[in-house]
Ligand binder design. Structure first.
Ligand code: SF4
Length: 211
């Protein structure tokens, strides 16, 4: 069982899977800034931010459900948990924008499923990403591979947060373009600083036989 101070937020797994540096900036240095994507995300989540239970058609809808896994040391919240008439459970994560496959979203919903399993003793075969922009649902099968990835990333996040180190910027400009932390992170500046240091080291490398 993990000590409370070792509990890792499920959102840290999603951030790490997107970019380890983003995870460190948010969960180590408490840096958080808004961009158009986070504002849209906040707007979408306002609909499911209050805990309540209601019925829609044949299923019960529970919103803002607290989650924990003592085995993995994870803590978080599911936007929605749907309870079907046969008792099966589906964690549902709300996302802004149109339907699209994104592994970091899948990691998040799989981590929610693993927590729910531990809390209820029920096996969860699928989770759902609800894309608010297109009003479409994407089913995420909670496969053995996805479960293994959640466990692996949990270990990596824990090691990162314990090390206190700041990972280098991502090598993918597309990731940085959509990242709310771009101004705080300054990926290009950090990379060019590193290039200058490498160049300086090469120029002023000591002679092999220098004493
Ligand atoms: S700006 Fe790029 S490198 Fe920096 S945290 Fe965001 S995704 Fe990572």
């Amino acid at each position: 069982m993990s000590e409370p101070d070792e509990l890792i937020s499920i959102s840290a797994l999603q951030h790490y899977s997107y970019c380890p540096r983003q995870c460190a900036l948010i969960h180590q240095e408490q840096t958080f800034t808004e961009n158009v994507f986070t504002v849209r995300g906040r707007f979408v989540h306002e609909r499911v931010d209050e805990p309540e239970t209601r019925t829609e058609g044949d299923r019960e809808i529970q919103t803002s459900v607290p989650l924990v896994s003592e085995r993995l040391g994870l803590i978080g919240k599911s936007d929605v948990v749907e309870v079907l008439p046969d008792g099966s459970l589906y964690p549902v994560e709300y996302k802004h924008g149109p339907r699209r496959n994104r592994e970091h979203d899948d990691i998040q919903v799989a981590a929610q499923a693993i927590c729910l399993e531990e809390m209820t003793g029920k096996r969860i075969a699928e989770g759902v990403i609800y894309h608010h922009g297109s009003r479409r649902r994407r089913i995420v099968p909670i496969t053995p591979e996805l479960r293994a990835k959640v466990e692996e990333i949990t270990k990596s996040v824990r090691a990162l947060l314990q090390s206190g180190e700041m990972p280098p910027p991502a090598d993918d400009p597309a990731l940085c373009r959509g990242c709310s932390l771009k101004d705080a992170c300054q990926p290009e500046l950090v990379k060019s600083g590193k290039r200058i240091r490498q160049l300086t080291d090469t120029l002023f490398e000591p002679e092999e036989d220098a004493v």
